[in-house]
Ligand binder design. Structure first.
Ligand SMILES: C[S@@+](CC[C@H](N)C(=O)[O-])C[C@H]1O[C@@H](n2cnc3c(N)ncnc32)[C@H](O)[C@@H]1O
Length: 295
């Protein structure tokens, strides 16, 4: 079994673990129902970064999630920097190619197994309560445009029968090298997948459009080449979960989702197979917790 991040295993200070009383501000949603008598017990908020394949999830005995957020490998392979100035040294073709030319974003950006991923999600999402409305769990996948239909179709085989597509609009594009040749991309794509009932939705009475702004993230530590903005993750987490609930990211890279869950007062669990990303993510989490202690 690979390493699980805990402060002790990383040689770090103990992270503050908040105990949420079950009957805190959101009494019906925080805390687990005790199998014996329906009594609610205290559930701690915790944040764990696990250096393992998500396929090994059974080893880690995680609680079930209200929300799975996953930014899956886009299976781009060797042309990851194809339209990006990083292909050239200093972003200038006159300097010749950089070491990123003909390279992958990360060496796991190929052969991603969507069916295994959807199996994980169907097992780790909380079951739906058929008698309640407004409490159902859901998952959100960031994916390549071309992966959308495969995800939607295969999700049905795992009981995730419904979807809402998302687009995230950037006011910039990474495809700078093609800017004078063709239309360049400034969208990211995502899908909300859910079983039967509409997912919990904390919209505070406001309409939420499926084209969402992609905020630039200049504050976060830069760990992963395809790192997602923490503010966007926070927005999605607050929209689809309540404080104290569980968010899981099976492909967590930098740990950005777990950081976002922590900032929102949700438990967060992330899997990452690459040792270097996992180590850097642990470092970010430790610094995050240290900063919170200083406040
Ligand atoms: C697109 S990146 C995620 C980046 C992340 N959203 C962030 O903000 O940093 C996908 C990550 O999934 C990891 N990965 C791929 N297959 C995996 C698996 N089977 N189990 C766990 N992690 C996996 C890759 O190593 C990669 O770092």
């Amino acid at each position: 079994m690979k390493q699980i991040f805990t402060p002790a295993s990383a040689g770090c200070e103990t992270l503050p673990v908040a105990m949420l009383p079950a009957e805190a501000s959101t009494p019906h949603r925080v805390g687990d129902v005790d199998a014996a008598g329906g009594e609610r017990r205290q559930r701690k908020i915790e944040h764990r970064l696990i250096n393992d394949h998500f396929q090994n999830y059974k080893r880690h005995a995680l609680p079930k999630a209200q929300l799975v957020i996953a930014d899956i490998p886009y299976n781009i392979g060797k042309n990851a920097y194809g339209s990006n100035p990083a292909w050239y040294e200093g972003g200038d073709s006159a300097n010749g190619e950089s070491k990123l030319a003909n390279s992958e974003f990360f060496d796991t950006d190929k052969d991603f197994r969507i069916s295994e991923f959807l199996h994980f999600c169907s097992k780790m999402l909380k079951p739906e309560n058929k008698k309640e409305t407004g409490t159902a769990p859901c998952m959100i996948v960031f994916c390549a445009f071309a992966q959308q239909m495969e995800l939607i179709e295969k999700a049905k085989e795992h009981g995730l029968m419904n979807y809402i597509n998302l687009v995230f609009t950037k006011n910039f594009s990474a495809q700078v090298l093609k800017a004078n040749m063709r239309v360049v991309g400034n969208f990211e794509y995502g899908i909300i997948l859910y079983r039967d009932k509409l997912p919990k939705f904390n919209n505070a009475g406001k309409m939420v459009f499926n084209a969402m702004e992609w905020p630039r993230d200049n504050e976060s530590e830069k760990i992963h080449p395809t790192q997602k903005p923490v503010k966007l993750l926070q927005r999605l987490i607050t929209l689809f979960t309540d404080p104290g609930e569980v968010v899981i990211d099976p492909c967590c890279g930098s740990g950005s989702t777990v950081i976002a869950a922590s900032r929102c007062g949700r438990s967060g669990y992330g899997f990452e197979i690459k040792k270097d990303f996992h180590k850097a993510a642990c470092g970010w989490m430790v610094r995050e917790k240290q900063q919170l202690q200083l406040l």
